[in-house]
Design a binder for this molecule. Structure first.
Ligand SMILES: [Fe+2]
Ligand SMILES: [Fe+2]
Length: 298
């Protein structure tokens, strides 16, 4: 089959992505960092279970894709994306290590996530060059769909006064909003890379149809796992849909219906990630983030 024509990525403001080498001190983080809200705390904590391995996988996929990029600006953006995601992974890894120190052992779940990203979604041995290319572009499409959700969640984190009202731990809030702001900042890179490598609509469709339900399934399993493994709860809190809706109404989680509507927008033929969230709001948060400011002064 002849190679598909390469089209330039969708036009957007030129982007200079700066990896910010942030550090967080978790020594005083309470196990339920949203006070008296174990289910809300652990629903957000699923991020820490998924992201270290997930974002390391993004980095591997994008490094493999670098030789296929024929647009200099996009290559620079991909390099910036790789730098940011590598730091995100390590920041969330530190929270996982802290949970273990507090008696909540995340390792059984993380082993499954590791297996998924390294074995199921990792590089396949024994493929021809054409098959390798096809497999790589398919994985880029999965990343692009997941990045739609990370940008959605980042935008939510930047606009979630409910977390402040509930007196959520300020260091965790800064982690979530620093990471969320960088997700909004680089939200178009994976999509533009996918379109650069394959402009076909079917690729985008498949990426979301696989990634969306997989992510949802992993999240439900993660919440169940964390609530069962929390040594302070003794299995007393069981996740229910009604409880999730109560928490969302308090502004401690995104409204599920908003999330579904956002996922559906990804299927619009004219969709581009720049239509979601605000780069200026993200950059404004990063200018004031305690962790990002400390990183800039080092
Ligand atoms: Fe990230
Ligand atoms: Fe990202």
């Amino acid at each position: 089959m002849p190679p598909r024509p390469v089209v330039p990525p969708a036009v957007h403001d030129s982007l200079v992505l700066e990896p910010r080498d942030v550090r967080f001190d978790w020594s005083r983080l309470p196990l339920h960092w949203i006070p008296d809200e174990p289910m809300a705390t652990h629903t957000v904590n699923v991020l820490h279970l998924l992201l270290p391995e997930g974002e390391r996988w993004f980095v591997e996929v994008f490094k493999d894709a670098l030789p296929l990029i024929t647009d200099d600006q996009l290559r620079e953006e991909v390099l910036g994306f790789i730098g940011q995601e590598a730091i995100h992974a390590e920041a969330h890894q530190e929270v996982l290590d802290h949970l273990l120190g507090q008696g909540l052992d995340p390792r059984p779940y993380v082993r499954q996530v590791t297996w998924l990203f390294r074995r199921v979604l990792g590089k396949r041995p024994g493929l021809t060059a054409a098959q390798q290319r096809e497999n790589l572009i398919e994985r880029v499409a999965f990343v692009a769909a997941i990045e739609h959700f990370t940008a959605f969640l980042g935008n939510w984190a930047l606009n979630s006064p409910g977390l402040d009202r509930a007196k959520a731990d300020p260091t965790m809030l800064d982690l979530l909003r620093w990471h969320g702001a960088e997700e909004v900042e680089h939200r178009s890179v994976a999509f533009d890379l996918m379109v650069h490598l394959d402009p076909g609509y079917l690729r985008r469709l498949r990426g979301m149809l696989v990634s969306g339900p997989t992510l949802f399934h992993l999240w439900i399993r993660g919440v169940r796992f964390l609530l069962a493994a929390d040594p302070s709860l003794n299995g007393s809190v069981r996740p229910t849909w009604r409880e999730a809706q109560r928490i969302a109404r308090r502004g401690l989680l995104p409204e599920p219906s908003r999330m579904v509507r956002s996922a559906l927008r990804y299927f619009r033929p004219g969709y581009h990630p720049t239509q979601e969230g605000s780069s200026s709001q993200a950059l404004s948060y990063l200018a004031g983030s305690p962790a990002a400011r400390a990183a800039a002064s080092r």
